[in-house]
Design a protein around this ligand. Structure first.
Ligand SMILES: [Ca+2]
Ligand SMILES: [Ca+2]
Ligand SMILES: [Ca+2]
Ligand SMILES: [Ca+2]
Length: 460
């Protein structure tokens, strides 16, 4: 024995080096299985060469039973090189970006595993290059990965903190669940840059809020991918909460109008909360959550608050970095039937304006579409001034003119505009008329300066 140990050691070392699988330093580096918006066609797997030599991984397999996909030959991965594979998605491969196509593929799930093999069969642990499993242990391929010393028995990446839009990322060394982290700042196609807390992301934004009776929330998909809102929650003043039903798909650039406190027949762009959701008052808040776990700020997608501070869910919005303490949307000048509208540009409350010509269901940049028009003017030919104005409503529903102002401009006094507010009781029925008799002001002119518009409703 005394002479043998050095020789044995040399033999063992040589064997290890011979048996070391080619490409052992090629790793599954990052996985985005729950991208922002719909998952199908948006999931990404990142592979990196962390070894000292370039590797041709042409012919390597990504195995996620019952699906498997093979890298085309050749696929050169230089030292430090990174490539991404778009899962269950068709496209044209480049040197660093690949598409599995859809035939025989499936989406990765929130509890799943993925193996990288350099050949078949997938039961041969000597062919395994890397392995990862998340959610719950015991996923497909775990036994082979344990045999290959690429995973620990019964280990899985704990992903309960992962919110939509976050990835799981390899930390660069080791072969176990603890070598990975949930990353709120994915880096697909680039070296992993450390893991940050995971916060729900969504392309959907609260876009317009109509307060009071006939109130609504308008949502907009401001992103580039379709959003599946199923299971997400709109939350108003407690206990008002509305869960989006199955099949609520919002395409990029599209709007969805949620009618509050009323029942109706849901359509592709209109949903009805039913009577249990309180309409918005002059001081209220609204929140959009990614899940029914509404006490958790990491599920908060968007939030707005107006007419006051410290209202429902503001604390969570501050935690989520979506809101600044002590701020709220301005309601100055808002009249009954008006809205708060988010406009392009700006951020936070500065992005929002009072819009007394609301556009529920239409883009906020659309010109207001009125059913109210000036229909006839009775002119005093002696003075050359208006004596009475008829207002018509050509729309399909009654319109309140509360807060509206009627303004006259005298030819005799260029530049002088005289306005008067219509009374709160002024309502024009659908297809109806309202005649406003102009008063005589202190200067003997007809106008509204006297504040005495004589409005009477004329039935049709
Ligand atoms: Ca998703
Ligand atoms: Ca990161
Ligand atoms: Ca990365
Ligand atoms: Ca709108």
């Amino acid at each position: 024995m005394s002479k043998n140990p050095p020789i044995l050691a040399a033999v063992v070392l040589a064997s290890l080096s011979l048996l070391a699988p080619v490409g052992a330093q090629v790793v599954l580096n990052e996985i985005l299985y729950d991208p922002v918006g719909v998952n199908t066609g948006q999931q990404v797997v990142e592979v990196q060469n962390l070894g000292p030599d370039p590797v041709d991984i042409g012919g390597y397999w990504l195995s996620f039973p019952p699906a498997a996909w093979k890298f085309p030959r050749p696929t050169n991965l230089p030292v430090g090189g990174i490539l991404v594979v778009n899962m269950n998605h068709s496209g044209t491969n480049t040197a660093t970006e690949f598409f599995t196509g859809t035939s025989g593929m499936r989406n990765l799930k929130s509890t799943d595993s993925l193996s990288l093999f350099k050949g078949e069969p997938f039961s041969d642990s000597t062919l395994l290059v890397d392995y990862v499993e998340w959610g719950v242990a015991g996923q497909s391929g775990e036994d082979v990965a344990v045999d290959a010393d690429r995973w620990e028995n019964g280990a899985a990446i704990q992903n309960s903190s992962l919110r939509e839009g976050s990835s799981i990322a390899y930390k660069g060394s080791g072969f176990s669940a603890l070598a990975w982290c949930v990353d709120g700042s994915p880096s697909l196609g680039a070296p992993n840059d450390g893991c940050t807390p995971s916060q729900a992301q969504s392309p959907v934004r609260i876009n317009e809020l109509v307060l009071g009776q006939l109130g609504s929330v308008e949502l907009m998909n401001a992103g580039a991918v379709a959003e599946d809102l199923e299971g997400k929650l709109l939350v108003g003043r407690p206990p008002s909460a509305y869960r989006f039903p199955a099949g609520t798909l919002l395409l990029p650039g599209k709007l969805l109008l949620i009618h509050l406190g009323v029942t109706g027949t849901d359509g592709p762009s209109d949903l009805y909360t039913g009577g249990n959701f309180a309409t918005f008052g002059p001081s209220d808040s609204v929140a959009l959550f990614a899940s029914s776990a509404t006490g958790n700020s990491t599920f908060l997608i968007d939030f707005q608050e107006w007419g006051g501070t410290g209202l429902a869910n503001e604390n969570l919005a501050i935690q989520a970095g979506l809101w600044t303490a002590g701020t709220s949307l301005s309601t100055n000048g808002l009249i009954a039937g008006g809205s708060l509208a988010g406009m392009d540009g700006g951020s936070g409350p500065l992005k929002w304006v009072v819009d007394n010509t609301p556009t529920p269901g239409s883009p906020n940049t659309d010109p207001p579409s009125h059913s109210i028009r000036l229909n006839e003017v009775l002119v005093d030919t002696t003075l050359g001034e208006a004596q009475a104005v008829e207002i018509a409503n050509t729309g399909g529903s009654a319109v309140s003119l509360a807060g509206y102002r009627l303004c006259t401009h005298s030819n005799l006094e260029p530049g002088k505009v005289v306005c008067g507010a219509l009374p709160a009781s002024a309502v024009v029925a659908s297809g109806g008329f309202l005649v406003v008799r102009l008063g005589v002001n202190q200067e003997g002119r007809r106008g509204l300066a006297a504040g005495l518009p004589d409005a009477r409703q004329l039935g049709r």
